[in-house]
Write a protein that binds this ligand. Sequence first.
Ligand code: SF4
Ligand SMILES: [Zn+2]
Length: 395
Amino acid sequence: MSLSVRSKPYIIPEYSLTGDLLAYLTCGLQYRYQNKGTLPPSMPIQLWFGDFIHGVMEEAYLRWRERDWKDFPWDWETQIRQIELEIDKRMRSRGLQPPANIFCPFHGPSEEQGLCPDTNHPHKLVASVRAEEAINTWGPHLFPLIDDAEVKLKGIRDMPGYKKGVSRSNYYGVTGIIDVLSSVKLEEASSKNLILKYLHQDPMFREKIDALDYPEYEIIVDYKGMKRPPVNSPSWQHHNWQVLTYAWLRSMQPESRPVLTGILFYLNELSLFKEDLKELKREVEERSTDIMPSENDLMKILQWNMRSNPPLISQLFKNERSIRIIQVENSSVNNSLNEFDQVVAEIENSVICEVNGKGIKSSWNPNPDKRTCDACDFKTFCNKSETASKFPTVP
Ligand code: SF4
Ligand SMILES: [Zn+2]
C-alpha cells in the first residue's frame, strides 16, 4: 500500500499595513529582527508608543461613550491613568513591555524606582504627557463624530511577481484597523467642532460633497504616535498610501458608504520635546513642512536652541500640525495599492532569500534615518547604524 504524501499547507501571508508594510519601509532589517526573529520579545520604542497611543485613544472613546465622562479636560491621575494602565496590561499580555524611560509602569508608591525620578509613582512620563494631550485636545471634537470604532479591515490581493514553486502563495492578505466617522454624525455636530472646521476649510472636500448622488458618506480616521513628517520625506508619502489603501479596504465592506476623506492625527505634535523641536526648526528653516508657523510661533521656533527649554507654542498651531486631511480619489487609491504590492514583493523576496540560506543582513534591506537607528533596540548588534547615539530617545 502506498501512503499519500500530505501536501504543503496552503498559507496566504497576511500583512498589516502599519505593523508590517510601514514598519518594513522604516527599516527592513529592524522589521526582520522585530517580527521574524527568535529573539526575546522587544519592540522599538516608536512601535510600542504607536500601539500604546492607538489603544489609549480607542479606550478613551469607549469610556466617553459608555460612562458619564463627557466633560473635558479629563484629569490625568483619576481618569487618564486608568486607561493607560489598562492598555499597558493588554500590551504586556501580548509580550510588549513598556520602555521604562517613557512610561511609569507602577500603580502607586513602591520600593522600586525603575527609570522614574523617584519612588513616588505614578509619574507622568513622556508617553503619559502625550496621551493626556491627545485625549484632551481631540477627544471633545472627535468622539462625538465616531460612528464605528476599531473597524477591522481585510482584503486579498494577487501576489506581485508570483512564480509557481518559488513564491509562497499566489495571494496575500492586507489588514488594518480604523475608526469611521459618518456624515450623519458630522451633520449633528456643533458648529464649534474643530474637525468639522478643518474639513470645510478644504475646498476639495466641499466640492466632493456637492457632487455626491446620495447624501451619506464616511470619513476614516487613524492615529500616529509621531510628529508630522516633512512633505519631502518618504513617511509623508507612505502615510498617504496607507490612508488610501484603508479607503479601498473599507469600500469593499458591504455596510460602507462612499469614503470621501481620510484623517490622520499626528499626536506628538501636541507635546513637542527637544528632539521634535529640533526637527521642526530645521523643517521651518528649509520650508519643508506644509504647516508653517507665523508671527510669534515662528520667532520662538527660530530663536530656540537645544540648551533651552521648549518654548510655549500656540494651541492653534499645534492643532493644525496634528491633523492631516487626505482626499480619497480613485486614481490615487490605485497608485497606493500598486506601491504596497511592490513593498510586499520586496518582503517576500527577502523571506525567500533568507530561507535559501543567505544571511539575515544580506537578505533584508536596512533603510533607516538616523532617528530610527537612535531609537532602535537592535543597534548594539546591527553594524549598519554607525551614526546612532548610545542614549535612549523619546518616540
Ligand atoms: S539600528 Fe538602524 S539599520 Fe540597524 S536594524 Fe535598527 S533601524 Fe535598522
Ligand atoms: Zn514612576
